[in-house]
Design a protein around this ligand. Structure first.
Ligand SMILES: CC(C)(COP(=O)(O)OP(=O)(O)OC[C@H]1O[C@@H](n2cnc3c(N)ncnc32)[C@H](O)[C@@H]1OP(=O)(O)O)[C@@H](O)C(=O)NCCC(=O)NCCS
Length: 194
């Protein structure tokens, strides 16, 4: 299942510092690369969509304003020293993927997150992106476990994880309140031999 990513450029990543210029992971129909200031218009086109925000935590703004986009690309909302990459497909940034240390600060454990503009859904793209990204991330950060939290109303994301070898590890009942009611959070995990 794991797709071997082609990392190009004189590039690498140092935790706490970020990506070197030119870092790219090339996959089938997409490239993963650092976010750039000139991604703003494409970012707004794809991120300002309630259908995208519905699957994500409340940290993802909805509506997604120009000010939100500018603040994100300026590194004010996220830490670009983390392994955060833009998903480029069809010649423009149309989504994002990243990971951060697990909340309980367990060494070697990271929590995965991702989103993709609706225009690209349903073609297996995120399944391939996750395979490519983790194919690079897990050895690069010497991870022993990758986790992801999925809203109970988001079976497509659960499926993306299952297709990448994740198993369901538990459920946090009624853990999130949304306008439409309470949601369970499903925990998915993939373990890696140390
Ligand atoms: C979830 C998301 C990443 C999926 O991206 P995608 O490129 O469409 O995903 P893929 O095409 O690789 O795979 C989707 C899978 O879910 C399945 N699926 C889609 N809708 C579904 C539904 N309502 N019920 C069950 N399965 C569903 C698809 O059939 C496919 O599985 P298959 O290949 O076995 O047929 C995308 O919809 C998205 O970014 N949503 C908004 C943000 C988000 O939810 N992020 C994840 C937070 S945990």
């Amino acid at each position: 299942m794991a797709e071997r990513p082609a990392a190009t450029g004189a590039a690498g990543y140092r935790a706490g510092v970020g990506f070197e210029p030119g870092f790219r992971l090339a996959g089938d129909g997409f490239v993963l690369r650092s976010w750039r200031r000139d991604d703003l218009e494409a970012l707004l086109r794809h991120a300002d969509d309630p259908a995208v925000a519905r699957g994500l935590s409340d940290r993802f703004p909805s509506p997604y304003t120009r000010a939100d986009g500018e603040a994100f690309l300026a590194g004010k909302l996220v830490d670009f020293a983390g392994p955060l990459l833009a998903i480029e497909a069809g010649g423009e940034a149309c989504g994002g993927i990243g990971a951060r240390p697990a909340r309980e600060a367990r060494p070697g454990v990271a929590e995965l997150g991702y989103w993709l503009g609706r225009a690209h859904w349903g073609r297996g793209l995120m399944t391939r992106v996750v395979a490519c990204y983790l194919g690079w991330l897990v050895p690069a950060l010497v991870l022993r476990r990758v986790e992801a939290v999925v809203l109970d109303s988001n079976p497509a994301s659960a499926r993306v994880l299952e297709k990448n070898g994740f198993g369901e590890a538990g459920v946090r009942r009624a853990a999130l309140r949304r306008a439409e009611g309470m949601h369970d959070l499903r925990l998915f995990a993939r373990d890696h031999a140390g």
